[in-house]
Design a protein around this ligand. Structure first.
Ligand code: AMP
Length: 113
C-alpha cells in the first residue's frame, strides 16, 4: 500500500519521532500549522474516523492517551494544546491513515475564530 504514514511507521521514510511504542508513533508534522504540531498514528494502517466502528474504540482511546503523553514530552501539557481529527476532504484531510493532530503554542481560542 502506498501510504506515507505506513512508510514512516516502518521507517522506510524518515520522520522527526517524538515518542514510540509497539502500537503508536508520534512525530513532528513536516509542515507545522502551530509552534508545536505533532501527528499521532497507529502503526497499523487504519482508515480515517468516518470509516471506523465500535471495534476500534480501544485503539481510538489509546491514540488520545498517546497524544496526552506526547504533550507532556514536548512540554505543552500544562499550558494546553488542541487535538484535531480532520475527517474527510472538506476538513482538509489529505492522508487516509488514521491520525490525530496535536497543536500547541499561540493558538487562538475556537470561540474567537
Ligand atoms: P491531514 O490533512 O489531516 O490528512 O494531515 C496530514 C498531515 O500530515 C499534514 O499536516 C501534513 O503536513 C503531514 N505530513 C504529510 N507528510 C508528512 C511527512 N512525511 N512527515 C510528517 N508529516 C507529514
Amino acid at each position: 500500500m502506498d501510504c506515507v504514514f505506513c512508510k514512516i511507521a516502518s521507517k522506510e521514510i524518515p520522520a522527526d519521532i517524538v515518542a514510540e511504542d509497539v502500537e503508536f508513533l508520534v512525530f513532528k508534522d513536516i509542515n507545522p500549522k502551530a509552534l508545536v504540531h505533532l501527528i499521532i498514528i497507529p502503526k497499523t494502517h487504519l482508515g480515517p474516523v468516518n470509516s471506523l466502528g465500535g471495534e476500534s474504540k480501544n485503539l481510538l482511546g489509546g491514540l488520545i492517551l498517546k497524544a496526552k503523553e506526547a504533550a507532556a514530552i514536548v512540554g505543552v501539557a500544562e499550558n494546553g494544546y488542541r487535538l484535531i481529527f480532520n475527517v474527510g476532504r472538506d476538513a482538509g484531510m489529505e492522508i487516509d491513515h488514521l491520525h490525530l493532530h496535536l497543536l500547541a503554542g499561540k493558538l487562538r481560542a475556537l470561540s474567537k475564530i
